[in-house]
Design a protein around this ligand. Structure first.
Ligand code: CA
Length: 225
């Protein structure tokens, strides 16, 4: 689960990033308008936490970019106390929610969780794929009703596969989804391979079908076909 945090006040940005990382999210940061707008255009995030008043531009323009390039990305606006207009414009432009500064981190966490749930689960309590069921409240998949514990990365990987079923996912896309763009991608390919191997084993050994297909020279595809 990858989150971009756009906030020019360094202590706030780092506090949010540290907190959400502890919660198991992959976080990237942008401290001004140009870098936020560039990241919003180039990379794929599950959620963007977006400050409005930024050096070099307006956060609402980052939101406009996102809606053009990645309309499915969730957006949580951070707004100053007396900026009702920004909130209204933000929601009009398609932001999902907003938080007024100052806020408690637990409040932020609750909003983030709600948005992630909305994005992946579209309001339903679980995702069902054939005999596999995923519950967003813990890192567990049920296979034919039997719980199988997953690591956080395996859980993210399974969710990524199921929400992109029948699509070929490159190793690079998977690595970026699991770790963000901080790590050297080449080093990550081995890690991608071993997480996929472990996830596949857990599914098959617990009575599930092998849905992860290797597409030679390209990547992987999760498919029931
Ligand atoms: Ca600001």
């Amino acid at each position: 689960m990858k989150i971009l945090i756009v906030e020019d006040e360094t202590p706030i940005r780092e506090t949010i990033a540290g907190y959400l990382q502890q919660e198991g999210y992959v976080c990237e940061e942008a401290a001004d308008f140009p870098s936020a707008d560039e990241k919003a255009a180039l990379y794929e995030y599950d959620l963007v936490v977006l400050d409005i008043t930024l050096p070099g531009g307006n956060g609402l323009d980052v939101l406009r970019t996102l809606k053009k390039t990645h309309p499915e990305t969730g957006v949580l606006i951070l707004s100053a106390k007396n900026s009702l207009e920004d909130k209204i414009t933000g929601l009009d432009l398609g932001a999902d929610d907003y938080l007024t500064k100052p806020f408690h981190l637990s409040e932020l966490n609750a909003r983030v969780k709600a948005l992630v749930r909305r994005r992946f689960f579209q309001g339903s309590p679980t995702i069902l794929f054939e005999e596999i069921e995923i519950d967003p409240s813990n890192n567990v998949m049920n296979i034919n009703g039997q719980p199988v514990e997953l690591t956080k990365k395996e859980y993210d990987l399974l969710l990524y596969f199921i929400t992109n079923q029948n699509r070929v996912l490159t190793k690079a896309a998977i690595a970026e989804h699991l770790w963000g763009d901080y790590m050297d991608l080449a080093d990550n390919f081995d890690l991608v391979y071993s997480h996929i191997k472990n996830l596949r084993k857990k599914i098959v050994q617990n009575g599930g079908r092998d849905y992860i297909k290797t597409v030679y020279g390209m990547g992987y595809k999760f498919t029931g076909e």
